[in-house]
Design a protein around this ligand. Structure first.
Ligand SMILES: NC(=O)c1ccc[n+]([C@@H]2O[C@H](COP(=O)([O-])OP(=O)(O)OC[C@H]3O[C@@H](n4cnc5c(N)ncnc54)[C@H](OP(=O)(O)O)[C@@H]3O)[C@@H](O)[C@H]2O)c1
Length: 281
C-alpha cells in the first residue's frame, strides 16, 4: 500500500504522517522545503519507508517534474491526500502568472492528480482533499474563477476551499467508473502554522482566534479516518467533518460549477505549458 501526502512538514499534515506511516509500505512526501522535511523525519520510526520529493504546488513545472520522479518510483498509489495549502495575500501571482492562492490550493493539486492518474487508477485510489468550512462563505465564482481580479485574501481562500469540494465531485463524475473514490473534509479550526503567509491583518485575526483552536493531532483525525476506513463504509464524493458525513454548501454541489472549474483548470495548465500539457479528460 502506497501513500502520497502533501503538506506533511507542518500542522495537520505532520500529524497525518505520524498516524499513517506505520500503516503503509511506502509514503511519498512531495514537499517544497526538502531541508526542513529531512530534518523533521530524521528520527521517525519507519523513516525508511519515506521518499521525499521536491514539489512546489505554486509552480506547475515543479509539480510536473515532482510527479514524474514519483511515478518513476511507484506503480500503484492507494491513497493520495491533498492536504497542503493555506491563505495567501490576494493579488499575488506566481512566476507562471497564476494567482498564488489558486495555484497552491487548487491548480497544483489538480495537476498533481492528473499527472499521477495512471498510478491512482492502478491502485484504485482514494483521493482526499483537505477543504474547509470556509467554503461556505465563498461567493459565486463565475466571473473570476482563477481569482485574477480578487482583492480579498479571505474571499480567495473561501473560493479555493470551495474548489476542493467541486474538484472532488467532478473527479467522481469522471473516474468513479475506473475505480477511484474521492472525499473532501473540514479538519476543524486547528492551531497550526496556517495563515503565516496571509496578509498582515488576516494574520493578526488568525493569531487571536487560534487561542480557541483544537490541536493538530485532533485536526488530523478526519483525514486519518478517511484514509483508513474501507471504501465500502464511506460515501464516494462525500464531505466529512468530525469523521462524519456532512452536507457542504449548495454552491459546492453544483455540477455545472464543478465542470466549469475542471475545464478552466485544464485550460490554465495548457496556457502555462504553452499548449504542451499532458492533462487528460
Ligand atoms: N488550520 C486550520 O484551522 C484549517 C482549517 C480548515 C482547513 N485547513 C486546511 O488544512 C490544510 C493544512 O493546513 P495546516 O493548518 O496544517 O497549515 P500549515 O501548518 O501551514 O501547513 C501547511 C502545509 O502545506 C505546505 N505547503 C504550503 N504551500 C505549499 C506549496 N506551494 N507547495 C508545497 N507545499 C506547500 C506547507 O509546507 P511548509 O512546511 O514548507 O510551509 C505545510 O507543510 C490546508 O489545506 C488548510 O487550508 C486548515
Amino acid at each position: 500500500m502506497n501513500l502520497v501526502l502533501t503538506g506533511s512538514t507542518s500542522g495537520i499534515g505532520w500529524e497525518t504522517l505520524l498516524a499513517l506511516l506505520p500503516k503503509f509500505d511506502k509514503v511519498f512526501l512531495p514537499v517544497r522545503n526538502l531541508a526542513k522535511a529531512e530534518k523533521l523525519i530524521q528520527h521517525l520510526p519507519h523513516k525508511e519507508k519515506i521518499v521525499l520529493i521536491y514539489l512546489d504546488l505554486s509552480n506547475l513545472a515543479s509539480v510536473k517534474a515532482g510527479a514524474a520522479v514519483l511515478l518513476s518510483q511507484v506503480d500503484a498509489i492507494q491513497v493520495l491526500i491533498n492536504n497542503a495549502g493555506g491563505m495567501y495575500p490576494a493579488g499575488k501571482r506566481t512566476a507562471e502568472g497564476v494567482d498564488l492562492s489558486f495555484s497552491s490550493n487548487h491548480l497544483g493539486q489538480f495537476l498533481l492528480f492528473q499527472e499521477l492518474l495512471p498510478a491512482l487508477i492502478k491502485g484504485q485510489a482514494k483521493v482526499i482533499q483537505v477543504s474547509s468550512e470556509a467554503h461556505r462563505i465563498a461567493g459565486p465564482p463565475e466571473q473570476d474563477f482563477s481569482l485574477r481580479k480578487s482583492s480579498s485574501t479571505v474571499s480567495s481562500y473561501a473560493k479555493v476551499k470551495l474548489y476542493n469540494i467541486l474538484f472532488t465531485n467532478e473527479l467522481i463524475t469522471y473516474y468513479a467508473s475506473e475505480g477511484l473514490s474521492a472525499y473532501s473534509l473540514h479538519p476543524g479550526a486547528v492551531r497550526t502554522a496556517f495563515g503565516s503567509e496571509a496578509s498582515p491583518w488576516a494574520k493578526g485575526l488568525i493569531a487571536f482566534t487560534k487561542l480557541f483552536f483544537i490541536s493538530p493531532k485532533a485536526g488530523a483525525a478526519t483525514t486519518i479516518f478517511l484514509a483508513t476506513t474501507p471504501k465500502e463504509n464511506l460515501r464516494n464524493g462525500g464531505y466529512y467533518k468530525n469523521k462524519k458525513l456532512s452536507s457542504p454548501s449548495s454552491l459546492s454541489r453544483d455540477p455545472k460549477l464543478a465542470k466549469v472549474l475542471w475545464e478552466l483548470s485544464l485550460a490554465e495548465i495548457q496556457r502555462v505549458f504553452s499548449n504542451t500539457g499532458t492533462a487528460k479528460k
